[in-house]
Design a protein around this ligand. Structure first.
Ligand code: ADP
Length: 496
C-alpha cells in the first residue's frame, strides 16, 4: 500500500508543486524509452517501418505537457529534444528523398517549434508557481519562528478546540508538554489549583470558542512538577476570517509568579506593620485620655487645645492603621463579618451626627428618614457610611450641602450621599473603587489619603450581596450610592 501511495505521489505532477526540484532524469529515461518502444513496435511487431504515425506526435505532446508541469522547463525541453531527434532518425532510416524529404524536415521543424513553445510556457508556469509557494512557505516559517520565540506562551487551536500549535514558552510556563492533538475543554493537562475570577471549570480557549468573545487576564494557580505553585495570567480570543466566521482560537500565557510572590510579601509586611502599630497607638490614646483628665483640673486652655489636637491626630492614625489592616485582611480573605438585624435609618442618623463636628462649614442633611431594617454587619456598614460622608466632606468646599437619602427599589434599599464638590471624570469613576487608586489631577493631589476607603467599601458591599457605584459630573459634585438587599419581611411591607 505504501509503495502504491509512493508511486502515485511520484507520478502526480501536482504533488511536486513547490518542491523546486527540476531534474531531467525521469523525462530523459521516459522519452528515450518511448522512442525505443515505438521502433520495436514498428519493426518487430507490426513489421512496417511506416507504422510510426500520428500517435507518436500525440504521445510526445502529452509527455511534454506532463514533464514540463512536473519538473519544469528543462524536463520539457529534454522531451522536445529527444522527440525531434527521433523524427530525424526516422527520416534518415526510412530513406525519405526529394519532395517527401523536404516535407518531412519542414514538419519536424514545425513540430519542434511547437514542442519548444509548449515546454517553455508550461515549464515557466510551473516554476513561477513554485516560487510563489516558496515565498508563502518562507513567510509562514518566518511567522512561526517569531511566535516560537515570543517572550510569552502562545497556544493556537483550530475552530473545534484541537491544539494546532504551542510555542516553546508554553512548556516553560506550564512545566509540561502539551499532549499532541489535545482538544481543550473541561479537562486540563496541567494541575489547576485555583483560578480567578471563575473557578477552574473550563479552559480559557474552550470558553472563548463557546462564547465567541475574548477573555482577558484570568489568573490560574497551577501546580508544576515537585509541587511548586506557579501563577499564570492568560488571555484568549477567537480568531475570525474576513467574513467574521471563527476559524481558530489563540491564547497568550504569562508567568506572573514573581510579581504575585512580591505582592504577597508586601501584603504580609503591611499586615505585620499595622498589627505592630496598633498596640502602641491604643496605649497612646489611653495615655492622652488620662492626661486630658488631669489637665482639665488646671483649667489651662492652651494645654487643653494641644491635647485635643493630639487626640484628633491619634484618632486619625488609628483609623489609618485599621484601614491598612482591613485591606490586608481582605487580600488574604481573613476579614470576618458578624451579621445582625438592625435599623439602617438609625445607623445613618448616628453616623451623620457623629461626623457633623468634623464637617467644617458643610451642612449634612439626612432627609426622608424611612425606617429600614437590614440583616448585615452593623460596624462594616457604619464603616462604608463613614467613608462616603468623610469623602463628601473632604472633596467639597466649605458652606456647601451634603445630602443623604435612602429609598427602596426592587427589594433593596439604596442609600445615596450627594456632595457639591470637585466631582470625578467619567473614565475614573470605575477605577476609584480599585485598591490604592486615587485620581491624580492637580486638584485631587491637594487632599490627603491613601485610596483605601472605597476599595474597602466595595469589598464590604460584595460580601453583603450589595453594590456600590457613583454618579458624578466633574466640577459639579458626586453622588455615591450603595444598595443592600432587604430581608424578605421588609420587601413585602410598604415603608411607613
Ligand atoms: P482616599 O479618599 O483616601 O484617597 P478613597 O478610596 O476613599 O481614598 O477614594 C479614592 C479616590 O476617589 C480619591 O482619591 C478621590 O480622588 C476620589 N473620590 C472619592 N470620593 C470622592 C468625592 N466625593 N468627590 C470627588 N472625588 C472623590
Amino acid at each position: 500500500m505504501r509503495l502504491f501511495e509512493k508511486t502515485v505521489r511520484y507520478l502526480n505532477p501536482l504533488a511536486h508543486l513547490g518542491e523546486g526540484n527540476y531534474s531531467i532524469f525521469f523525462a530523459l529515461i521516459f522519452s528515450v524509452t518511448l522512442s525505443v518502444v515505438s521502433e520495436i513496435l514498428a519493426y518487430g511487431v507490426l513489421r512496417n517501418p511506416d507504422a510510426v504515425g500520428v500517435y507518436i506526435i500525440f504521445l510526445h505532446v502529452a509527455s511534454i505537457i506532463y514533464f514540463s508541469f512536473r519538473s519544469g522547463i528543462a524536463a520539457g525541453l529534454t522531451v522536445t529534444f529527444i522527440a525531434v531527434s527521433y523524427y530525424f532518425y526516422i527520416i534518415y532510416t526510412r530513406d525519405h528523398t526529394g519532395q517527401q524529404l523536404i516535407r518531412s524536415i519542414e514538419t519536424t521543424l514545425m513540430l519542434g517549434g511547437v514542442y519548444f513553445l509548449l515546454a517553455w510556457v508550461i515549464g515557466w508556469l510551473k516554476q513561477t508557481i513554485d516560487v510563489l509557494i516558496e515565498q508563502e512557505a518562507n513567510e509562514k516559517r518566518r511567522f512561526r519562528t517569531i511566535i516560537q520565540q515570543l517572550p510569552v506562551g502562545v497556544i493556537v487551536t483550530d475552530r473545534k478546540g484541537k491544539i494546532e500549535f504551542a510555542n516553546k514558552n508554553v512548556q516553560t510556563i506550564l512545566g509540561t508538554k502539551i499532549p499532541v492533538g489535545f482538544t481543550v475543554g473541561e479537562k486540563f493537562f496541567v494541575k489547576v489549583v485555583e483560578s480567578k475570577p471563575s473557578p477552574p471549570t473550563q479552559s480559557l480557549l474552550a470558553k472563548t470558542l463557546a462564547t465567541g468573545k475574548p477573555v482577558f487576564n484570568e489568573e490560574f494557580i497551577i501546580e508544576k512538577g515537585n509541587r511548586k505553585k506557579a501563577y499564570v495570567e492568560a488571555s484568549a480570543s477567537p480568531v475570525r476570517n474576513a467574513k467574521g466566521a471563527v476559524i481558530a482560537a489563540a491564547e497568550i500565557l504569562n508567568d506572573v509568579t514573581q510579581q504575585r510572590e512580591l505582592e504577597h510579601r508586601k501584603d504580609d509586611f503591611v499586615n505585620m506593620a499595622s498589627h505592630e502599630l496598633k498596640t502602641p497607638v491604643t496605649s497612646m490614646k489611653l495615655y492622652i485620655a488620662t492626661l486630658s483628665g488631669r489637665v482639665k483640673k488646671y483649667n489651662d486652655r492652651g494645654v487643653e487645645q494641644v491635647i485635643k489636637g493630639l487626640q484628633l491626630q491619634t484618632d486619625k492614625l488609628q483609623e489609618l492603621i485599621n484601614d491598612l489592616l482591613d485591606v490586608s485582611r481582605l487580600q488574604t480573605g481573613k476579614l470576618s463579618f458578624k451579621k445582625e438585624r438592625f435599623r439602617l435609618d438609625e445607623l445613618i442618623m448616628e453616623t451623620a451626627d457623629g461626623l457633623r463636628d468634623s464637617a467644617g462649614g458643610r451642612h449634612i442633611a439626612y432627609t426622608a428618614k424611612t425606617p429600614f431594617s437590614i440583616q448585615a454587619d452593623r460596624f462594616r456598614i457604619y464603616q462604608v457610611l463613614t467613608n462616603l460622608i468623610t469623602n463628601a466632606i473632604k472633596y467639597s468646599p466649605d458652606g456647601t450641602e451634603i445630602t443623604i437619602r435612602a429609598k427602596r427599589a426592587d427589594g433593596k434599599v439604596v442609600v445615596g450621599v450627594t456632595d457639591r464638590g470637585i466631582g470625578i471624570d467619567k473614565d475614573q469613576q470605575k477605577k476609584i473603587f480599585d485598591r490604592l487608586y486615587q485620581v491624580t489631577g492637580a486638584k485631587e493631589k491637594t487632599f490627603p489619603g491613601l485610596g483605601m476607603g472605597l476599595y474597602i467599601s466595595k469589598e464590604i458591599m460584595k460580601r453583603h450581596r450589595g453594590s456600590i457605584w457613583v454618579e458624578s459630573t466633574k466640577g459639579k459634585g458626586s453622588t455615591f450610592f450603595f444598595s443592600l438587599p432587604l430581608p424578605k419581611s421588609m420587601q413585602a411591607t410598604k415603608a411607613a
